[in-house]
Design a protein around this ligand. Structure first.
Ligand SMILES: [Zn+2]
Length: 210
């Protein structure tokens, strides 16, 4: 195996394991891919981020045809679209808790759905768009996703989870980490703000009763 490919596989496996061990994904729901010499290497269907091995990557040619290895993840077309439409060299999709939680809420803008309470998500990724719901692995989802690609830099699949790309696997990893942390901050701040507003309402209510 060539040295560069070997290094990319090792790094990708490290990223997958790190996400799994810290509870950023569970079971066999996530998928990860990178580009090497024109081909796309993607984690195989049903693989687990916690135990991913080098031989569990499917190798796809630039047109998306399966060349060797196991069957690719059924979300491969999401990855392929990012390689075709953006300058992606790696793609990660997970069902991380807070990003998924945030994907279940309705948002005013569909092209920039994570509020920037801290500057880092915008620095690392940019704007996060919401892709309307389509059944996982369906043609409908891939069509909806394709339509949203030009409008944002990273994506949340509605009621499903995040998809982030990068110039290499580490930058995709930093991006998906930042997205998860930003969704977590947004969620907790929203709960806090609602709580504070409720308390304020009560105080105001008491005042009016006097
Ligand atoms: Zn998924």
């Amino acid at each position: 195996m060539n040295r560069e490919l070997d290094k990319k596989l090792e790094q990708t496996i490290w990223v997958a394991r790190s996400l799994f061990q810290r509870g950023k994904t569970a079971g066999s729901t996530a998928n990860i891919s990178f580009r090497h010499e024109g081909c796309i290497y993607i984690s195989g269907s049903g693989t687990c981020f916690g135990t991913l091995q080098k031989e569990e990557f499917a190798v796809m040619d630039p047109e998306g045809k399966h060349i060797k290895g196991p069957k690719p993840s059924k979300e491969f077309p999401l990855h392929k679209l990012l390689y075709d439409k953006k300058e992606a060299r790696a793609v990660i999709h997970t069902h991380s808790f807070y990003a998924t939680l945030w994907s279940c809420l309705a948002h005013e803008s569909t092209e920039d759905v994570i509020p920037d309470y801290t500057p880092y998500l915008r620095m690392k990724v940019g704007r996060i768009g919401m892709v309307p719901y389509g059944e996982p692995g369906s043609r409908e989802l891939f069509t909806l996703f394709e339509k949203c690609i030009p409008n944002s830099d990273g994506y949340l699949l509605q009621n499903h989870g995040p998809v982030i790309w990068g110039k290499d696997v580490m930058s995709a990893f930093y991006g998906i980490e930042e997205l998860e942390e930003s969704a977590k901050i947004a969620w907790h701040l929203q709960v806090q703000l609602q709580h504070t507003a409720k308390k304020a309402d009560n105080i105001q209510g008491k005042h009016l009763l006097k």
